[in-house]
Write a protein that binds this ligand. Structure first.
Ligand code: DMJ
Length: 463
């Protein structure tokens, strides 16, 4: 993600060098990265064709049984989630006829006027973001109009006394519920909604996103930490746990992104304050590896040494924000777990050195970090981590009709479940391809990828 990373990080990157990196550099001299990029593209084309055959226009394919499931709506009502999440990945890979098939489906069939409840956060990062990145790819004004229509249906959720949004809204009636929300659920909007305001000339989207983010930041503790749950009506915290994993993760990510995408110094100030506090209070080293335990946001006491797999994105973000040494070290900590299990477990206790949740939701976060660190510092080690992630996924997660999540990464062979989440189409397949291919369709110096991997800046046209 982000802009001018190589230039920005040239100094900090030199500070970190490790034995693993040197070994990887030697061995990677033999790897044909372009061919690996072509392999990723072939897997994407194959999976798309499976989706088209078994689940066209549905939200998520079940790749083992060849059936499908719905999300973010429930009860079998679909919004073409995977199709929309896949669009800009197809485009950047040059799978142009498949991209056009998807765009045609959106123009002909996407109907968001549905009497049903959706997560405001998930609908925004996946569907509003997916439509905006597809629009960035091809410029079709209908895609922008669809993104605006959807955002208009989410916007009433921000009409609260604090400006922090409700968690869930009905797409047709605007009735909102779930007053308890998280920093990530409240403040992961500004890049998409700021882009929407810029493209439509309507400031309401960006203003709502800004107000919600500042509302969380202003409620940080005296240690400059935020907790995981807050009541959006009263502004009172309902938990005390600070984390860089689930519920916290993209709150920190979007503070940095607000600075990088729009150059707004207020966002950098908020990012710097939050990150300094995390590095001061949550940084924990064990056997030479860096981890970030969850702690009490007021006392600083450790709550748990269990890490969400979701937190493995954080090394890339730390690098982007200038803490390259810590970002590289945290990514290496997760790479060690990947080396041990092949595919990361959903939960891992670094103190006990064992998984706490043995499933894997086909997640992209470690590949995300590897990609971001490589953009900052293009040494082979980061490509190696991405390659190991891809090859393990190809070995263990591939099923008859696509790629599936796993029920157990510790069993031998690993036990498959039966679900391909929408983010798979938008995130890791794109990170792998960009990491390996050196495609001319992407500006590797000046770009922006959202928390869902949606490219809102950096596509190069006419190539
Ligand atoms: C994605 O939907 C986004 O990256 C989100 O911010 C958290 N992680 C999931 C995928 O694991």
């Amino acid at each position: 993600m982000r802009i001018d990373r190589r230039a920005m990080m040239a100094g900090g990157a030199a500070a970190w060098s490790g034995a693993a990196s040197a070994a990887a550099s030697r061995s990677s001299g033999r790897i044909d990265w372009h061919a690996l990029g072509e392999e990723v593209k072939a897997e994407m084309a194959w999976a798309w064709d499976q989706y088209k055959a078994h689940a066209w226009g549905k939200d998520e394919i079940k790749p083992v049984s060849g059936t499908f499931s719905s999300f973010p709506l429930k009860n079998g009502r679909h919004l073409g989630l995977s199709l929309i999440e896949a669009l800009d990945t197809l485009w950047v890979m040059g799978l142009d006829s498949r991209f056009q098939d998807g765009v045609d489906w959106v123009k002909a069939h996407l109907d968001v006027d549905v009497d049903g409840d959706v997560s405001v956060f998930e609908t925004s990062i996946r569907l509003v973001g997916g439509l905006l990145s597809a629009h960035h790819a091809c410029g079709d004004p209908v895609l922008l109009a669809r993104a605006k229509d959807l955002a208009d249906r989410l916007l009433p959720a921000f009409d609260t006394p604090t400006g922090m949004p409700w968690g869930v809204i009905n797409l047709k009636t605007g009735a909102a519920r779930e007053r308890e929300n998280s920093p990530a659920g409240i403040a992961t909007y500004w890049p998409e909604w700021g882009t929407l305001s810029r493209l439509t000339g309507d400031p309401r989207y960006g203003e709502a996103a800004r107000k919600a983010t500042v509302a969380v930041f202003e409620r940080r503790s005296k240690r400059d930490l935020v907790a995981t749950r807050i009541d959006v009506l009263t502004g009172q915290w309902t938990s005390r746990t600070a984390t860089v994993g689930s519920y916290g993760d993209s709150f920190f990510e979007y503070l940095w992104d607000g600075w990088q995408l729009f150059g707004d110094a207020e966002w950098k100030r908020m990012y710097d304050i939050c990150t300094a506090a995390i590095l001061k209070h949550q940084q924990a080293w064990k056997d030479g590896a860096l981890w970030f335990p969850d702690i009490d946001f007021e006392t600083g006491g450790i709550v748990t040494t269990e890490q969400d797999e979701l937190a493995s994105f954080y090394g890339g973000l730390l690098g982007q924000g200038g803490a390259m040494k810590e970002g590289a070290a945290y990514t290496e900590s997760w790479a060690t777990v990947q080396d041990r299990y092949g595919v990361l477990p959903e939960g891992y206790d670094y103190a006990a050195a064992r998984p706490t949740q043995v499933s894997n939701a086909l997640r992209p976060e470690l590949a995300d970090s590897a990609f971001n660190l490589w953009l900052l510092d293009p040494k082979p080690r980061w490509r190696e981590i991405g390659r190991a992630h891809f090859l393990a996924m190809k070995r263990w997660n591939k099923a008859a009709c696509g790629y599936t999540d796993l029920a157990d990464v510790t069993s031998d062979p690993k036990r498959q479940a039966d679900h391909c989440p929408g983010y798979w189409w938008s995130e890791q397949m794109k990170y792998y391809y960009l990491l390996f291919s050196d495609t001319p369709r992407f500006d590797y110096r000046r770009n922006y990828l959202s928390t869902e991997g949606n490219v809102l800046l950096g596509f190069r046209h006419g190539r």
